[in-house]
Design a protein around this ligand. Structure first.
Ligand SMILES: [Zn+2]
Length: 205
């Protein structure tokens, strides 16, 4: 009879182990390369752009956003041709949704590795009658607590598995489930710790 609960337990345990291994790999990887994943809304050529990103670098994860918007100095809305005429296109939008640099260039700072970063870069071009606003914001935190958190699940699974194995071993070998004392001579009650077995251990000949 297949044990559905055992199977689910094994699948969840395997997934938690994978998550833990992936977190450790990300942590180690962040010291060699810098990864960036982002989701963008709006298009650079005709509208304000908002982008949300997750970045890993030097043992840190940063979550943040990036905004770019163009304004006409006259107060009216910037058009698609205004965007086309603007030379300072943010280079980040030439990247793919996932990018990797071979050196972790971003160094996040802050107390115990928790911090935030904001960069504003407004530019005005009177001749073109345009002004751009570019803002990069992010909050960062260390990866190592994630390693501990994701490691707790597989650790719990390992301890549970060991506990189960020990119970199985003690049951099949006629030992006390609580302390492991040999109960073959005294199947009704453990002389060592006083535990009464749920069902008496069979006397072996
Ligand atoms: Zn005992």
């Amino acid at each position: 009879m297949p044990c559905v609960k055992c199977r689910l337990f094994n699948v969840l345990a395997g997934m938690s182990l994978l998550l833990f291994v992936a977190t450790v790999m990300l942590w180690a990887r962040s010291y060699f390369v810098q990864d960036l994943i982002y989701w963008g809304t709006g298009r650079f050529d005709n509208d304000r752009v908002k982008q949300v990103h997750v970045q890993s670098s030097q043992g840190q994860i940063a979550v943040g956003d990036y905004r770019f918007e163009l304004f006409r100095l006259s107060g009216s809305r910037a058009t698609a041709s205004d965007y086309a005429n603007w030379p300072d296109k943010p280079s980040v939008f030439n990247l793919n949704w996932f990018s990797t640099w071979h050196k972790p260039v971003v160094s996040f700072r802050g107390l115990v590795g928790i911090g935030h970063y904001r960069h504003d870069s407004p530019k005005t071009d009177v001749a073109k009658g345009l002004r751009s606003e570019l803002t990069w914001r992010s909050a960062n935190f260390p990866i190592w607590p994630l390693v501990i958190i994701t490691g707790l699940l597989p650790l719990g699974w390992l301890l549970k598995w060991r506990h189960r194995r020990r119970r199985e071993y003690r049951t099949t070998h006629g030992l006390c489930l609580s302390c492991g004392y040999d109960l073959r001579a005294t199947p009704d009650r453990c002389p060592e710790c006083g535990t009464v077995p749920a069902k008496p251990v069979e006397k072996s000949s």
